[in-house]
Write a protein that binds this ligand. Structure first.
Ligand SMILES: Cc1cc2nc3c(=O)[nH]c(=O)nc-3n(C[C@H](O)[C@H](O)[C@H](O)COP(=O)(O)O)c2cc1C
Length: 183
């Protein structure tokens, strides 16, 4: 199994990356996988220009030549794509959304056969982003799994270190383990 991990947070090794670590540990508990990580904040990815070149091009390729090319190549080789992102103002981060818009070039061939794992950390609300993935999955034949993890104590009004979110980290590990055992 080839795995592509897209990291949406500009904060390396913090909440959403840690959730992804646990998922990947579970996934690899049954044997090593080929995993490629892309930290979107470190890449030069231009926003989609809406030219729809990808809709007409023979291979549905994108007209923009930039670091997204690395992700297109890795995506084609991947069986499993992990999207790990915090919520920013009610949605995935701008870094993740920019990459997702550019995935338009991949959507023309559909996402059938790929497993999408969406990992979200948030303080107040994550439904809008989860609903987006739930809504597109049947149409694009995506096999969707997701875990969300609230990193905020609503009673005492302070952030919770992700290390204290043991239930969600375990859930992520278990999801990885289950996918690893069955795929
Ligand atoms: C600019 C900014 C906007 C945010 N907007 C939201 C939001 O709309 N809803 C929410 O639940 N949390 C929001 N948060 C909180 C983060 O989603 C949360 O702290 C997350 O766990 C951070 O993950 P990270 O450590 O991987 O960056 C926001 C944080 C920042 C910095």
């Amino acid at each position: 199994m080839n795995v592509l991990v897209l990291h949406g947070s500009p904060r390396k090794n913090k909440n959403s990356d840690t959730l992804a670590d646990f998922f990947l540990k579970g996934l690899q508990s049954n044997g090593k996988r080929r995993i490629r990580h892309f930290y979107l904040n470190d890449l030069k990815i231009k926003p989609c220009q809406g030219c729809l070149h990808c809709s007409m091009a023979p291979e549905h390729e994108c007209s923009i030549s930039d670091d997204m090319g690395l992700i297109y190549t890795a995506y084609k080789e991947a069986d499993l794509i992990v999207f790990t992102t915090p919520m920013y103002w009610g949605y995935m981060t701008a870094q993740m959304k920019t990459a997702f818009d550019r995935m338009e070039a991949l959507a023309w061939q559909g996402f059938a056969g790929k497993i999408f794992v969406v990992l979200i950390t948030y303080n107040f609300h994550c439904q809008s982003t989860l609903e987006f993935f739930q809504r597109i999955s049947p149409f694009f034949k995506i096999r969707l799994h997701y875990i969300s993890c609230r990193t905020y104590d609503h009673i005492h009004h302070h952030e919770i270190p992700v290390a204290d979110c043991q239930a969600e980290l375990q859930q992520a590990y278990n999801l990885g383990k289950t996918i690893g055992a069955t795929e």
